[in-house]
Design a protein around this ligand. Structure first.
Ligand SMILES: Nc1ncnc2c1ncn2[C@@H]1O[C@H](COP(=O)(O)OP(=O)(O)O)[C@@H](O)[C@H]1O
Ligand SMILES: [Mg+2]
Length: 264
């Protein structure tokens, strides 16, 4: 293992110690290619007397896009925060790659920094920082807003800046916590398409937390459902691209997911 790093079970700071530095043989390279980006086993997180996460097993392959569904309060954000090292597991194994970035429901831009400075905030300063930031802004269609202040942006634009800020660091794991939930329906659809395009280009592993079943089925390679502290479903999305909600396979998966969520 060269990129997965023990994040919890006693090791508090994730992303610091590569597991090995030995020169890989051909076999080792082949084995490394199959090491997932995310590996969770028996993950437990307890708040007070309630185990919000109580034995979660989840693997995400490199470049794989997993959508995590669950009713409000089931622990989706808790799981995502543990993967982002913003919170710690009480028990279990958590392996994550060193470079992870997060996009939340709110853009969380720094109001006193211009758009470009918000994008490059996590990058080391260097001769190419500005150029790298502008390229990331161009990818989300906001190059012309580089010198704007966050307060002048629409909600959708601000969220695109947050996306550029997350991608500019070329994460191996991109964590998205209901990033479209606050947007109007049309903007949300556009953002979903944009995220789909960007992820295909950059190929990070992705965990998208959402409570929107159609969004999950449209975007993800796999869908998982969190309920009562466990994943009650973890399934490959077997719907042909481009994914059409009218496709019977799409409709059947939607029905099953809604049933998992208690909607019949
Ligand atoms: N730091 C914390 N301290 C105590 N309880 C928490 C904390 N974080 C989350 N919780 C509780 O854990 C449960 C799951 O929260 P959360 O992961 O935010 O759910 P979701 O994102 O699925 O809506 C909720 O009941 C919430 O109140
Ligand atoms: Mg949440």
């Amino acid at each position: 293992m060269t990129t997965a790093t023990p994040a919890t079970t006693g090791t508090p700071s994730a992303g610091t110690t590569p597991a090995t530095t030995a020169t890989p043989t051909t076999d080792a390279v082949a084995a490394t290619a199959t090491v997932p980006a995310v590996h969770l086993r028996g993950l437990r997180r307890v708040f007070g007397s309630r185990a919000v996460l109580d034995g979660v097993d989840l693997s995400i392959a490199r470049g794989e896009f997993v959508a995590l569904l669950g009713a409000s309060g089931t622990g989706k954000t808790t799981l995502l925060r543990i993967l982002g090292a913003l919170d710690q597991a009480d028990e279990g194994t958590v392996l994550v790659p060193p470079v992870r970035t997060v996009v939340f429901q709110e853009p969380r831009l720094v109001p006193s920094k211009r758009v470009l400075a918000n994008v490059t905030v996590g990058l080391p300063r260097g001769a190419t920082t500005r150029e790298t930031g502008l390229k990331a802004l161009a990818e989300v269609g906001l190059e012309r807003h580089a010198d704007a202040w966050p307060a002048t942006l629409s909600g959708g634009e601000a969220q695109r800046v947050a996306l550029a800020r997350a991608l500019v660091r070329e994460p191996q794991l991109l964590l998205l916590d209901e990033p479209f939930a606050a947007l109007d329906a049309l903007t949300r659809l556009r953002m979903q398409n944009l995220v789909g395009d960007l992820v295909r280009r950059h190929r990070p592993a992705v965990l998208l937390v959402t409570h929107d079943v159609d969004e999950a089925v449209r975007l993800a390679d796999r869908v998982a459902v969190l309920r009562d502290g466990l994943l009650v479903r973890d399934e490959v999305v077997g719907v042909d691209h481009p994914r059409d909600p009218a496709d019977p396979a799409f409709a059947e998966l939607r029905r099953n997911l809604l049933a998992d969520l208690g909607v019949h």
